[in-house]
Design a protein around this ligand. Structure first.
Ligand code: C5P
Length: 221
C-alpha cells in the first residue's frame, strides 16, 4: 500500500518491533524504529561524556549528533556521525540511560522533526511506512492511516526481551523494562493515541500477530 502511514506505539518487549518489521516487509513498506534514534542519541551522550542525568547538558548537546536511520524492515540500521551503532545502542548502558535522555524536550523536538522528515520522504517516494515508537500516533504523525497500541503481559515481555538479549536473566530484564515504562509513561510522552486499535500480543505467536495486522491494514485502507 502506497502513501499510508502505520503508527505502532506500545511498551518495550510487547513484540511491537518484530511486528512492525514483519508487517512492513509483508506489505512492501519502509520501516522506522524511533526507539533506535533515542538510543543513538543516548549513545552519543555517553560516548562524549555528557552526564545523562544533567538535562541542561543534554539539551545543549541535542543538536550535535548526526543520526541516520536505514528503513529496510529486513535489516534496519542506525548510524551516528556516519558510523553504524546498531550493536552499541542495545547495550545495558544505553538501556539504563535512554529514558532520562528521552524526557529532555530538546531531544524530543529534534528527533520528532527527523522522524516527520523520514515519513514525508517515504510518502513522496510513493511507499508507505511503518513507524514504531511511543508517541507516533499522538505527537509524530497523528494523521496516521492506522494506529496500533501494542502491549503484552509483563512476564511474557520480559521472557521475550531476555531471549532477544541472548539469555539474560528474565527477572532483571523485567525490572529494567518496568523502570523504563514508568519513566516513559510519566515523562516521556508515551500515551495511548486516540483512535488506536489495542493489540494484546500475549496469546499469539509473532506470525499470528503479523497476519492480524496485515488483515487490519487491508480492511482499513
Ligand atoms: O523502543 P525502545 O525500547 O528501543 O525505546 C527505547 C526508549 O526510547 C524508550 O524506553 C523511550 O524512553 C524512548 N522512546 C521515546 N519515544 C519514542 C521511542 C522511544 O521516548 N518514540
Amino acid at each position: 500500500p502506497a502513501r499510508i502511514v502505520i503508527a505502532v506505539d506500545g511498551t518495550s518487549g510487547s513484540g511491537k518491533s518484530s511486528t512492525s518489521r514483519g508487517v512492513a516487509d509483508r506489505l512492501g513498506m519502509r520501516y522506522l524504529d524511533t526507539g533506535a534514534m533515542y538510543r543513538a542519541m543516548t549513545w552519543w551522550m555517553l560516548s562524549n561524556d555528557v552526564d545523562v542525568h544533567d538535562a541542561e547538558a543534554i539539551a545543549a548537546a541535542a543538536g550535535k549528533p548526526v543520526i541516520t536511520s536505514g528503513t529496510d524492515p529486513l535489516g534496519p540500521t542506525i548510524s551516528l556521525d556516519g558510523a553504524d551503532v546498531s550493536v552499541e545502542i542495545r547495550s545495558d548502558q544505553v538501556n539504563a540511560a535512554v529514558s532520562p535522555v528521552a524526557t529532555v524536550p530538546e531531544v524530543r523536538a529534534r528527533l520528532i522533526a527527523l522522524q516527520q522528515q523520514e515519513i514525508r520522504e517515504a510518502l513522496a517516494a510513493g511507499t508507505g511506512i511503518v513507524v514504531e515508537g511511543r508517541d507516533i500516533g499522538t505527537a509524530v504523525w497523528p494523521d496516521a492511516t492506522l494506529k496500533l497500541y501494542v502491549t503484552a503481559d509483563p512476564a511474557a515481555r520480559a521472557a521475550r526481551r531476555a531471549a532477544e538479549e541472548g539469555g539474560s536473566d528474565a527477572a532483571a530484564v523485567l525490572a529494567s523494562l518496568q523502570n523504563r515504562d514508568k519513566i516513559d509513561s510519566t515523562k516521556g510522552g508515551a500515551a495511548v493515541p486516540e483512535g488506536a486499535t489495542h493489540l494484546d500480543t500475549t496469546p499469539y505467536t509473532l506470525e499470528e500477530v503479523i497476519h492480524l495486522v496485515v488483515e487490519l491494514v487491508e480492511t482499513t485502507v
